[in-house]
Design a protein around this ligand. Structure first.
Ligand SMILES: Cc1ncc(COP(=O)(O)O)c(C=O)c1O
Length: 472
């Protein structure tokens, strides 16, 4: 088979895949693709493998012709929706013209245009763009910029990073060091000097207080941590404006304004990770706009190209780039071969044009309100403890007891069962402590209704099956 793919007229590989049966493709996948987030026996023995081959709007089809509603936009990625031929066309055109030039010493027209667009779209004076290929790289880049800037400003001892519990910032070693669920057993020790502070959580506050007061306590904790570590040792604080991984808790503007002020007062740089939040996901172009703050560094990825090409960036304020310029050169101890790839940049630029033409950010805000109102109806379920979200970044929290807010626990069988029931009914999402609802921003009201109806049915079945495990 391999020899057939690689021989012939150069078209053989593509043609051959088209000619292969779903079973043959599945077998190749089972033999050679490392699919690692699902139990192997489910994939290999229980017909659990899905090979997706086509998408349109919020709908996906697998090689067996089965249809699915994409309730998670791939992985909070495909904001402009699947099947955008206009993006595919500019990519083909750009690849035909120039497929690569090194971004460390040179740039290309698509990268220059995209950097300009991003400088215009991002809040405040976030004007300088360091391109990379994915969210983890963007986070690595942001942290390295923060450390280097601190050193160049005369504070070489400021190397520590404060992240938040529950947060996710990627899985390369540096980014993983900031990710709260990092696996110490396999991968420790991690980057030195990282500490994790409580995340805002009004549903189950770490501080025994309610409402905005919980956010204020969480912000004060950040200041305590800076003081406890010694401000002269802290380089930066990093957080997602609205963290999906931590459970889609939407803090009040007070929280982020306090963090901005605390960081400024202590000479600490503030990094906002907008890898999921950015590009309309929360009903604003960037989630920081809800809170009226400008971070020193912002990381973006996913929705930047709506997944049509791997592209990401760390964007810095003028004051940060000025520190580099004052050194006479702007070199960073950093180089990513595919950063600012012209085909990916062209895809992102076309994607952002679609955002403007179709007003996708407003669509996200409006449809998000509708989605949240529909999700509120699920509160009558014994397993639905809370409904949260902003824009099309919504979630319901699954509990064993609504009174005590008891969690199902890590690797919850209940959550896994719900996820499987959703999949059987043609609705793809991610479910752990919370069930996520984050479809492409082009989702229709009818599709939202179908997602909620399927969730309703799946919860009803799982609750019946696990009745004995609920607490009073
Ligand atoms: C907030 C956040 N930051 C960073 C990342 C890492 O992005 P990537 O998987 O593209 O490396 C993710 C991935 O989901 C993310 O959610």
């Amino acid at each position: 088979m391999v020899r057939e793919v690689l021989s012939g007229d150069g078209q053989a590989g593509v043609g051959l895949v088209d000619a292969m049966s779903p079973t043959e493709i599945e077998q190749e996948a089972l033999d050679h693709v490392w699919i690692h987030m699902q139990p192997w026996h489910e994939l290999a023995e229980n017909d659990g493998l899905h090979v997706f081959e086509r998408g349109e709007g919020s709908t996906l089809w697998d090689t067996r012709g089965r249809e699915y509603l994409d309730g998670i936009a791939g992985l909070w990625v495909v904001n402009a929706g699947h099947g955008r031929r206009e993006i595919a066309e500019v990519m083909a055109e750009q690849a035909g013209k120039l497929a690569y030039a090194s971004a460390s010493s040179f740039t290309t027209p698509p990268a220059a245009r995209l950097a300009h667009t991003l400088a215009e779209l991002t809040p405040g004076d976030l004007n300088r763009v360091f391109f990379c290929s994915g969210g983890s790289e963007a986070v690595e880049t942001a942290v390295k910029i923060a450390k280097q800037v601190q050193a160049m400003r005369g504070f070489p001892r400021r190397y520590k990073v404060i992240a938040r519990r529950g947060s996710y910032h990627g899985m390369t070693m540096g980014a993983m060091s900031l990710t709260a669920s990092r696996n110490e057993t396999y991968f420790g020790p991690f980057m030195y000097g990282v500490s994790h502070v409580p995340h805002p959580n009004r549903y189950r506050s770490d501080f025994g207080v309610e409402g905005e007061q919980a956010d204020i306590m969480a912000a004060r904790y950040v200041e305590q941590e800076i003081e406890n570590q010694g401000p002269e040792t802290v380089a930066c604080v990093i957080g997602e404006p609205v963290s999906s991984a931590a459970g889609v808790h939407v803090p009040s503007p007070t929280y982020w304004r306090m963090l901005r002020e605390i960081c400024d007062r202590h000479g600490v740089l503030l990094i906002c990770d907008e890898v999921i939040n950015g590009f309309g996901r929360t009903g604003k172009m960037f989630a920081t706009e809800h809170f009226g703050i400008v971070p020193d560094i912002m990381t973006i990825a996913k929705g930047l190209s709506s997944g049509y090409a791997p592209i990401a960036a760390a964007i810095v304020r003028d004051s940060v780039f000025d520190s580099f310029k004052q050194q006479g050169m702007v070199a960073m101890g950093h180089l990513l071969t595919f950063g600012g790839h012209p085909v990916a940049a062209a895809a992102a630029q076309r994607n952002l044009q679609i955002f403007a033409d179709e007003n996708l950010v407003r669509q996200s805000a409006e449809k998000g309100e509708y989605l949240k109102a529909r999700l509120e109806e699920l509160r009558s379920h014994p397993s639905v403890g809370d409904v949260r979200g902003v824009g099309l970044l919504c979630a319901i929290e699954l509990v064993r007891s609504k009174t005590n807010k008891t969690k199902w626990g890590k690797d919850s069988i209940f959550a896994k069962r719900v996820e499987a029931l959703l999949m059987e009914r043609g609705f793809i999402t991610r479910t752990w402590e919370v069930m996520h609802f984050a479809p492409p921003l082009v989702v229709t009201r009818d599709e939202i209704d179908r997602m909620v109806a399927i969730a309703d049915e799946a919860l009803t079945i799982a609750e019946r099956e696990h009745e004995a495990e609920f607490e009073a």
